[in-house]
Ligand binder design. Structure first.
Ligand code: MLT
Length: 312
């Protein structure tokens, strides 16, 4: 009977609005990706996909809320690489990122840029390294909490240059960016989906991108590798999740709507303008996302342990 009713439920799905939880503050890069995708999915599914920002604890508060939600397809999570790194960063997570969700599909992988307040004196990435080494914990660095992408980038930067900075945590890099533009903090490593406009507008000073190749929409920005930080490479991949136990028919319906969004010329053009592109078509199935998440959890575990970074 249960099987029948869930299948029947799937047939009528969705019969009311869907909540898409973004585990960071509004106005940041994750929010930007989510709202683009949600707008298209609302049309395809015939029900509003409403973005709800649930910030805190580097994204784990919002992810934890979805892990405990009813597995009925009406609560969805859009999260990034933090879903993999939090598995190693947190010693007492109230959920298991690897087993408490059904993976719906990957969305996009976004480059990161190391940026500073405009009054920052270093003229290049190598000069930033020297400056941080010389000034150590006097340099303030914004991030969105342990488990955020900005935290991961900062961790890679500090372990690469062998110097600690003073971290200023925010509910997301939307608010962090406001303080950087205002000169309240010195440095931020954030995704091009949030930094492209500020860089083009001259509101921040940009030093490098964290991807192997330069970003087409920011052609003058050297890569970390070009700047002499050869092991420093990270792209912030994003995925969609529902609580474990959500019926396969519902997962598949959400995956199909997500794919329509990623094929939408408006979404593709907006992603391109923000320095990114949709996940390639052959990497968009729920099964691929599942094995990719497992591989990413395994990949970042030793890196996080070597950096000696964790949260309780
Ligand atoms: C955000 O959307 O605020 C960012 O993803 C936060 C982060 O992960 O750095």
């Amino acid at each position: 009977a249960l099987g029948l009713s869930t299948a029947a439920g799937a047939q009528g799905y969705p019969s009311r609005p869907i909540t898409m939880v973004v585990p960071f503050a509004a106005g940041g890069p994750t929010d930007t990706v989510a709202r683009l995708v949600a707008e298209s999915m609302s049309k395809t599914l015939g029900q509003q996909v409403i973005v709800e920002n649930v910030g805190g604890a580097g994204g784990t508060r919002g992810a934890g809320q979805v892990a405990k939600a009813a597995p009925d397809g009406y609560t969805v999570l859009l999260h990034h690489i933090g879903q993999a790194t939090s598995a190693s960063l947190y010693r007492k997570l109230p959920y298991n990122p690897a087993t408490d969700f059904e993976t719906v599909g990957l969305v996009t992988a976004v480059p990161m840029t190391l940026i500073a307040k405009t009054s920052s004196t270093p003229k290049s990435m190598p000069e930033v390294v020297d400056y941080v080494k010389a000034n150590k914990d006097k340099v303030t660095y914004g991030n969105a909490g342990v488990g955020s992408a900005s935290h991961l980038c900062g961790m890679l930067f500090m372990s690469t240059v062998g110097a600690q900075m003073t971290t200023v945590p925010y509910q997301g890099t939307g608010p962090a960016m406001n303080d950087l533009v205002g000169g309240q903090i010195d440095l931020l490593c954030d995704q091009t989906t949030n930094t492209t406009g500020q860089i083009r507008g001259g509101k921040v000073k940009a030093y490098a991108v964290t991807t192997k190749d330069r970003v087409k929409s920011l052609p003058d920005l050297p890569t970390m590798q070009e700047s002499g930080l050869k092991d420093f490479e990270v792209a912030v991949w994003h995925g969609v999740y529902v609580p474990k136990g959500t019926p396969k028919e519902i997962v598949d319906k959400l995956n199909a709507a997500l794919n329509v969004a990623l094929n939408d010329p408006k979404v593709i053009a907006r992603f391109a303008d923000l320095g990114t592109e949709p996940e390639p078509k052959d990497r968009r199935s729920p099964a691929f996302h599942q094995q990719f998440l497992a591989a990413e959890i395994a990949k970042w575990k030793p890196v996080i342990q070597a950096a000696g970074v964790y949260a309780d």
